[in-house]
Ligand binder design. Structure first.
Ligand SMILES: [Zn+2]
Length: 446
């Protein structure tokens, strides 16, 4: 597709340009081919399909660096009893829910939040999936749902030994199969929407032989792991008791922590652990809403960033909409530390620089910047700045204005997936009705 978007204020999110007033952006196939003043581009690309932005803000789509699509059917579910701690939350909700998902439930639980993501300007998602009684082909089912919407993603299956060796091995095989499938397709088309990682649940549910196999797989496939790390103190306690070492030391021993690996949460780290994590080069993803909801603590984002760790932001399945976690991240650190000045530049860096850099590290694809040659993942937002907007004060505009504005149009890989706030080719009501039917079956088994 050849497309010109004109009459827009552009936030490029790159070092060179910043803000372009009365701008235009030209897209050919999956790439941005030109960006600049509209009077120049309108002449040059007059033969392209045109979108008049009517003065709106055009900016890169967002990356959600940690998501669980499968959490959708927890919405409104009735739990028996009330969990008293994090381990009970896992046992009474998440491990019960994921065990009753079949492939149809996997599909609908991905389709619904994918629609929501696109409506909220999220164009790339790094997902972590679990359905221990429907492992084989589960990543293809998620992919089918995302293809229907047009969302870009890195997918993985969450391997765990909590359901026994056979299911654990099936999880590793699913990851391996899916990564190889994506690698083959990316050899034909670099802009292919999907890639894979080796998903692992967390140290405390993984036996040594499984970690050994995962370590060997990431070496062979040249991919990273996507694993929860020290989300709750239980991870350290169980790991230390069962395996005689701490979580970070153990994951390093099995060569799980490396620059392509995403270590999610990393809340209960010692200072030594933080140094070791930095030395490994691993990525960390912070999920403030989920952490507050589970009352598991707060990641020391300052200590991690100071050490040069690539720290990003995710939603951990709490919401498909990253904006909610951006807001939470902006507040939790100020509130906990009773310091109104912290968590400003740090969160901006995590969202605008690190999340796209993380996506590039795990998939090889450059997103999150509007410049020639970048992938065309862009959003058009109903935002008309009421005060001067510059690259330097963009984050202030974002937090107190853009985050509340509706996304009008979402383009992913050069394809219009939402226009005039309608997802192209999708009957949302019909999908929601079908999803209710599937959810009822899931809840009956739950
Ligand atoms: Zn998670």
């Amino acid at each position: 597709m050849s497309l010109l978007i004109f009459n827009v204020t552009i936030f490029t999110n790159n070092d060179k340009v910043g803000i372009i007033s009365n701008g235009a952006l030209a897209i050919e196939k999956s790439q941005i081919i030109a960006i600049g003043p509209q009077q120049d581009l309108k002449k040059k690309y007059s033969h392209f399909s045109q979108i008049d932005g009517r003065g709106r803000l055009l900016m890169p789509g967002f990356v959600n660096a940690h998501m669980h699509f499968y959490s959708t059917f927890a919405r409104g579910i009735a739990m028996q009893g009330s969990p008293k701690n994090f381990s009970e939350i896992l046992q009474m909700l998440w491990w019960k829910l994921d065990s009753v998902l079949d492939l149809e439930a996997v599909y609908y639980s991905a389709l619904v939040p994918a629609i929501s993501a696109v409506k909220n300007g999220i164009t790339s998602v790094i997902d972590h999936h679990a359905s221990p009684n429907a492992v084989d082909g589960s990543l293809d089912k998620i992919e089918d749902a995302l293809v229907k919407v047009g969302l870009r993603a890195s997918l993985c299956y969450e391997v765990s030994d909590r359901d026994g060796q056979a299911i654990s091995d099936a999880g590793l095989a699913e990851n391996e199969r899916y990564i190889k499938k994506c690698q083959a397709l990316k050899n034909q088309d670099e802009a292919h929407l999907f890639d894979g990682m080796i998903g692992l649940h967390a140290s405390f549910t993984l036996e040594n032989n499984t970690l050994e196999k995962a370590g060997a797989l990431i070496q062979n496939l040249e991919k990273g792991c996507h694993i929860h790390v020290l989300e709750d103190k239980a991870d350290q306690k169980v790991t230390q008791k069962k395996y005689g070492m701490g979580v970070i030391n153990r994951l390093r021993y099995f060569q799980i922590l490396r620059p392509e690996t995403i270590a999610v949460h990393c809340i209960h780290l010692s200072e030594k652990d933080k140094d070791s994590l930095a030395e490994s080069g691993a990525i960390v993803v912070h999920n403030p809403q989920s952490n507050m909801n589970n009352t598991v603590g707060r990641t020391d984002i300052f200590g991690l960033l100071e050490r040069g760790i690539r720290l990003g932001l995710g939603t951990d399945g709490m919401s498909p909409n990253l904006m909610n976690d951006i807001r939470a991240a902006n507040l939790i650190h100020k509130h906990d530390l009773r310091q109104s000045t912290v968590g400003w530049t740090e969160i901006e860096k995590m969202v605008l620089q690190n999340n796209p850099a993380i996506f590039e590290k795990v998939t090889g694809q450059q997103v999150g910047k509007l410049e020639e040659g970048a992938l065309a993942d862009v959003i058009l937002v109903d935002y008309f700045a009421p005060t001067p907007l510059t690259a330097d004060n963009f984050w202030g505009h974002y937090l107190f204005g853009i985050a509340d504005a509706l996304v009008d149009t979402t383009i992913i890989n050069g394809k219009i997936v939402m226009q005039n706030k309608e997802i192209v080719g999708i009957d949302e009501l019909a999908i929601a009705r079908k999803s209710i039917e599937v959810a009822k079956q899931v809840w009956d088994k739950f």
